[in-house]
Design a protein around this ligand. Structure first.
Ligand SMILES: C[S@@+](CC[C@H](N)C(=O)[O-])C[C@H]1O[C@@H](n2cnc3c(N)ncnc32)[C@H](O)[C@@H]1O
Length: 213
């Protein structure tokens, strides 16, 4: 990897960088970033000429995105491949099965309750093309069960004083099966000094075997 490529990755989630380094994302041409925020996970894909859709319900997210892409000096030709869509993933604002990579990083734990979580997760999963990949990081209760205050409807007060919808170890294993997803990696969870836990799904949709591996 050359220096300009490394620069484009400098704000990217570490666990997504792991997938880049494993070569799993080399063939990605069409990316949807669900809850893209400031777009920190997008520069590497834009730099490779991928078509990228950034979905977010907050207009401020797109302002921050413009600033961060400009700061990286991404050329107009690269950002021309970027489409910004204002909306919530559970409202199905995008074409189903259209992306060979769906990123859903630090978004699902904003669900208000289990029904909203399921709608968000299914909405994001539905965007994955046959043979495509689904990358999600979400807050979980794994390893911090004893330090959580239940608030009801699957939400908890965490030791870092945030309130989140949390999936437990069982849910992390069961959801991929309910979606009919193949696990490209076992679920991995990072516990931040007993403050919070973030779990990672790296999944693939059944279909075209020659697609991403
Ligand atoms: C913590 S930020 C993460 C941003 C980005 N994914 C990242 O890794 O830096 C969560 C983002 O999810 C967006 N979001 C929250 N609920 C959403 C929903 N129902 N559908 C789509 N995006 C949502 C928020 O507006 C926010 O920009």
């Amino acid at each position: 990897m050359n220096v300009p490529e490394l620069t484009l990755l400098r704000s990217t989630d570490l666990y997504l960088i792991d997938q880049v380094l494993k070569g799993r994302l080399d063939g990605v041409r069409r990316v949807v970033d669900v809850g893209a925020g400031s777009g920190r996970n997008l520069p590497w894909f834009l730099g490779r000429g991928a078509r990228v859709t950034a979905l977010d319900p907050r207009p401020e997210a797109f302002e921050a995105m413009d600033e961060s892409l400009m700061a990286l000096g991404l050329e107009a030709s690269a950002t021309a491949g970027l489409e910004r869509v204002l909306g919530r993933v559970e409202d199905a604002p995008l074409e189903r099965g259209s992306a060979d990579l769906v990123i859903c990083n630090a978004v699902l734990h904003f669900a208000a309750d289990p029904a909203e979580f399921e709608a968000m997760l299914r909405g994001a999963w539905a965007l994955v093309a046959p043979g495509g990949m689904f990358f999600a990081r979400l807050a979980s209760s794994v390893g911090i069960e004893g330090s959580l205050v239940p608030l009801g409807a699957g939400r908890f007060l965490l030791p870092d004083e945030s309130e989140r919808f949390l999936v437990d170890a069982r849910g992390l294993e069961e959801w991929p099966d309910r979606l009919g997803a193949e696990r490209l990696e076992p679920v991995k969870t990072t516990v931040v000094s007993g403050l919070r836990a973030m779990s990672t799904w790296v999944l693939r949709a059944a279909g075209r075997e020659e697609a991403l591996r």
